[in-house]
Write a protein that binds this ligand. Structure first.
Ligand code: FEO
Length: 174
């Protein structure tokens, strides 16, 4: 049975993951209309991943005698300053999620809730991976600066780094 304090904390985490999903979806839309189709594909897929992160917590709560609640979330921004700003914001977003996961993990340990503590280990690894990926993109962007051909190349590379997001024409044909 899930500890009630942990359930409340995980419920807040559901909200964070749902917001991340909406935020990346909005950023993907902006990239798409700005002509960065590869980056849009990467961000559409990231948005799908965040929804999966949210669902994992929903199932964990419900499978352990809790009752997950579907969150209402703030509307994410529609417009972004430029390509670089987007990825700086992605890093900030991921760092917020990481801090939250670490806090809940610490709480689970202090409450002797070993099942939740074990469940959260997956998120700790996932966050390390996500932050590493964004930092790698930001490092490349530092080298590129505002060079158009560099941005074109990174856009092409990001298309290859991402699975086909859900809801695409290619997926419907498969
Ligand atoms: Fe699920 Fe990237 O935070």
């Amino acid at each position: 049975m899930i500890n009630k304090e942990i359930e409340t904390a995980l419920q807040k985490q559901i909200e964070l993951e749902a917001y991340a999903s909406a935020y990346y979806l909005s950023m993907a839309c902006w990239m798409d209309v700005e002509g960065f189709e590869g980056t849009a594909q990467y961000l559409y897929a990231q948005s799908d991943e965040e929804r999966m992160h949210m669902l994992k917590i929903v199932h964990f709560i419900n499978d352990n005698d809790g009752h997950a609640e579907v969150p209402s979330i703030d509307r994410p921004p529609k417009d972004f300053e430029d390509y670089h700003t987007c990825f700086n914001q992605v890093l900030k977003q991921e760092q917020t999620v990481t801090n939250s996961i670490h806090k809940i993990t610490k709480l689970a340990l202090s409450l002797d809730d070993h099942a939740s503590h074990n469940f959260l280990q997956w998120y700790i690894s996932e966050q390390m991976e996500e932050e590493k990926n964004v930092k790698s993109i930001l490092n490349k962007l530092k080298i590129i600066g505002n060079d158009g051909s560099g941005l074109y190349l990174i856009d092409t590379e990001l298309a290859t780094m991402s699975p086909q997001p859900t809801g695409t024409v290619m997926e419907e044909k498969a």
